[in-house]
Design a protein around this ligand. Structure first.
Ligand code: PLP
Length: 405
């Protein structure tokens, strides 16, 4: 009996994207093989993270990098690093005490992910009013407003990356750098394009967090923190198991600046952020593959998946079907109205295997088929399920059987 069957587990068809709620995406066989290889041996975790740093530096242009248990873990560790730097006594005092603990963020960029900053001991300070909700407003937070909020208790500025994020990162980094305050970027889901691996650091960010389990194609519980060597070293120290005699501890050159630690801190605030050897090695292989493929071939591979779904689905009556181009192409199914889209989404989820489409645009009446987490073998079944639920009159033999069922 297969392991999954033994556990009574039934997979779903995931057309929602690499969302955590649906277990992320599907790993390439090369990534799985690397994880299996790593699992069959033991390592010094410092050696693993040093290897990770070399690969992350090559990919991002950062001074250093580590693999964490996810982008949320990277945000927690990055905030902790900004709060205490390389002061071991201050590391040991987190999250209860910190001399500087305010993390400034544009009010329009608040997300549920920023509680990672608060878990580390940070206190979010909101700036600006995204007044567009009123219909009259035209402004968001400005770099000058953010600069005015900087004070003696400021530990960092958090910037959540989206193409429309304000203030622009370069302007923000200029005022932050002038004040000596690091900028931490949440870029968890900002890949592809590949250029974003370097873009936020090039714009002046001090630390950037990426998810490993989204488009990179790494293990679901993996992430990257990359940036300034001193801050990454602080993050690493606050994540590692430091239960060893202090004299035996030596920070690898990948992380060591010119400052020696006065003493070795205890297990840090980031112990719960740890990445295992399988995640680290799996993510590094996935990152290599992600870079090697390039944006245009990846888009073509995703478009081919959507085309296969579309062909199997046929033309559902009253539904406008379109492939929307973007960093990741998407299949949009525009239904008569929001109620029709919601009903179709529910019917898809009620099937066995359950079909999950992306729900982000249901209120506009649009079902979004996201290709990133689809298994190639699921494409005909997904098309048939959409045909059955949306009432396509297709010429494909399995569509009528699916409709009858
Ligand atoms: C997905 C996401 C996260 C969390 O990433 P994990 O790797 O799942 O921890 C954080 N911030 C944003 C904006 C995200 O989209």
């Amino acid at each position: 009996m297969s392991a999954l069957a033994g556990l009574g587990l039934a997979p779903v068809i995931n057309a929602a994207g690499t969302v955590t709620r649906l277990s992320g995406g599907i790993l390439a066989p090369e990534v799985v093989a690397a994880m299996a290889e790593a699992s069959a041996a033991c390592f010094d975790m410092l050696d693993l993270q040093a290897a990770a740093s070399r690969a992350i530096v090559a990919a991002t242009g950062a001074e250093a990098g580590i693999v964490t248990g996810g982008a949320s873990a990277a945000l927690l560790l990055g905030a902790a690093a900004c709060l205490v730097g390389l002061d071991p006594a201050a590391m040991d005092a987190l999250p209860r005490d910190a001399a500087r603990r305010e993390v400034i963020v544009a009010r329009s960029q608040r997300t549920m992910y920023d509680r990672a900053v608060e878990v580390a001991g940070g206190r979010l300070v909101e700036v600006g009013i995204p007044d567009r909700f009123s219909g009259a407003g035209v402004r968001d937070a400005t770099a000058a407003e953010m600069a005015a909020a900087i004070g003696p208790a400021t530990a960092a500025i958090l910037w959540v990356a989206q193409p429309w994020s304000e203030p622009p990162l370069e302007e923000l980094c200029r005022v932050a750098q002038a004040a000596g305050v690091p900028v931490l970027v949440d870029a968890a889901a900002q890949l592809p394009p590949l250029a974003n691996l370097r873009g936020f650091l090039d714009a002046g960010a001090d630390l950037v967090a990426f998810s490993g389990g989204k488009a990179i194609g790494g293990p679901q519980a993996s992430g990257i923190l990359a940036g300034r060597r001193k801050l990454v070293a602080s993050a690493l120290l606050q994540m590692l198991d430091l239960d060893l005699p202090a004299a035996q501890f030596r920070l690898p050159p990948e992380f060591a600046g010119n400052r020696a630690l006065p003493f070795l801190p205890r297990h840090g605030i980031g112990r719960s952020c740890k990445a295992g050897k399988e995640e680290i090695v799996g993510l590094l292989v996935a990152l290599q593959r992600f870079q090697a493929e390039g944006d245009a071939p990846r888009q073509a591979r995703m478009r081919a998946r959507l085309a296969a779904v579309q062909q199997a689905m046929g033309q559902p009556p009253g539904v406008a079907v379109e492939i929307a181009e973007g960093p990741t192409p998407l299949l949009l199914l525009r239904c008569a109205d929001a109620a029709a889209a919601r009903a179709a989404e529910a019917a898809l989820r009620a099937r066995r295997p359950a079909v999950h489409v992306n729900q982000g645009r249901l209120r506009e009446g649009v079902l979004v088929v996201h290709p990133a987490a689809l298994a190639e073998a699921d494409l005909p079944a997904l098309g048939a399920a959409l045909a059955a639920v949306l009432g396509s009159d297709t010429v494909l033999p399995f569509a009528s059987a699916a409709k009858a069922g």
